[in-house]
Design a protein around this ligand. Structure first.
Ligand code: TTP
Ligand code: MG
Ligand code: MG
Length: 414
């Protein structure tokens, strides 16, 4: 880059950035699940509803639904007892945030409209949400687990990943210790799945709920995982599930048998590869226990100020190189970006930035260049240029964006 004198690399960090996708080397030939790690996924059972039952223990064993927007709390009587709201009396557009397993037996699940559920389970108790209480119990259970295990990835209000690889204890014993610690600290139950990686452990923690423990070895993949629906894989959201169904693929086993060429053609290189690996139980992502970047950027200050028209060739070369570098940074960190931005500093030291948010996350230099072209068109070139920068933000790990987006949408609705 002859024209530039300073190349600045900026990485902005944020705490606790989601989950990570370790860029496992991909092979189309006989991929195999490796068994060298012991990763656990712990998920609290009917979390919000279970916290409510701690407050109203007499509701234990009953169908209880938590949700809605303006649901009144139970009314306490002079005898110290409570009068609870009845789901059948609910009128409004609210949705179920969660429900007890007794309510699930009647067909009431997270995300369903409360009025629809009122017809399924009219006598169920309806309680309002109390996020402060859920956050309190979330902190308590995480502290309890941290007293037993020290490698923990926080994955949200009611779930964590644990790395048990270095522990000497047998898996079942260790898992029981963790469950006991959670129960002692909170009075709540949780379910744990243990397998060689995060992808399978996340599926496993759901296999034996509530109060479950599922331990999966590489040999169990075909018998316990392949019969499950593809939507059980974290990262195969409703859109991908529907598209796979259109291709005649409904179970994880069918996905594993699907031709890799077909997956690449239908879902693109990156997601197609990931689908194939996921179905074969391959996932080398490490636990993310530290800070992760929020954005990556590269910028260049020129030796001489450049003119947008007369120095077009040099400017094109510089932006191409910046895109190459940002792309390499993304690849190196196993990240994709949903937003691409340009920074232009003019000779008069004024700074202009423009960004574009993309429908699909990208990583390649070519895709960055195309996004950047859109940003550049929106810059008013009022002076010679002193500096150019390229920034990638809204960073995501491949394969997880579908479900996380769905979850976020729902959080906003409740
Ligand atoms: P989940 O762990 O998905 O569900 P759960 O703990 O209620 O039940 P399970 O025993 O099957 O794990 O979610 C944890 C909490 O997050 C849940 O209690 C309520 C809340 N939640 C939402 O707000 N929106 C959602 O879409 C879901 C699924 C859960
Ligand atoms: Mg849960
Ligand atoms: Mg959960």
């Amino acid at each position: 880059m002859s024209e530039s004198i300073v190349l600045k690399i900026t990485i902005h960090f944020g705490v606790g950035f989601g989950c990570c996708y370790g860029c496992s080397s991909f092979s189309w030939v006989a991929p195999e699940m490796t068994a060298k790690r012991r990763i656990a996924h712990l998920d609290m059972d009917a979390f919000f509803a279970s916290v409510e039952l701690l407050r109203y223990p007499e509701l234990k064993g009953r169908a209880v639904v938590v949700g809605g927007r303006r649901v009144p709390p139970p009314v306490s009587g002079s005898d110290g007892g409570y009068t609870y709201g009845r789901l059948g009396d609910y009128v409004g557009r609210g949705v179920v945030t969660t429900s007890t397993y007794e309510a699930r037996a009647l067909g009431v699940f997270s995300g369903m409209g409360l009025m629809h559920c009122a017809r399924l389970a009219p006598d169920a108790v309806l309680l309002p949400t109390d996020f402060e209480a859920y956050r309190h119990y979330s902190r308590l259970f995480k502290q309890a687990v941290a007293s037993v295990v020290d490698v923990i990835e926080d994955r949200g209000i009611d779930e964590i990943y644990l790395d048990l690889t270095a522990r000497a204890e047998p898996t079942a014993l260790l898992a029981q210790q963790i469950k006991q610690a959670v129960s002692d600290a909170t009075g709540l139950t949780c379910s744990i799945g243990v397998s060689p990686n995060k992808l399978l452990s996340k599926i496993c923690s759901d296999l034996d709920k509530p109060d479950g423990l599922a331990i999966l070895t590489a040999d169990d993949l075909k018998t316990r995982i392949w019969p499950l629906a593809v939507s059980k894989v974290n990262g195969i959201g409703p859109k991908a599930t529907a598209k796979l169904k259109g291709l005649g693929i409904e179970t994880i086993g069918e996905l594993a048998q699907a031709s890799p060429a077909l997956l690449l053609q239908q879902f693109g290189h990156q997601y197609g590869q990931w689908l194939h690996e996921a179905a074969h139980g391959i996932d080398e992502r490490p636990l993310v226990t530290s800070r992760e970047p929020k954005s990556l950027s590269r910028e260049t200050t020129f030796e001489h100020n450049l003119h947008v028209r007369y120095d077009k060739a040099a400017l094109t070369q510089i932006t191409d190189e910046l895109c190459d570098r940002v792309s390499r940074d993304l690849v190196g960190k196993s990240l994709l970006c949903r937003t691409v931005g340009i920074k232009v500093k003019f000779a008069d030291f004024s700074v202009v930035t423009r960004d574009i948010s993309l429908p699909q996350p990208i990583q390649s230099a070519q895709a960055l260049r195309e996004a950047l072209a859109d940003c550049l068109r929106r810059v008013q070139w009022h002076d010679r240029i002193r500096l150019l920068g390229v920034r990638a933000s809204s960073l995501v790990h491949p394969g997880v964006e579908d479900q996380d987006a769905a979850q976020l949408t729902f959080w906003r609705e409740t």
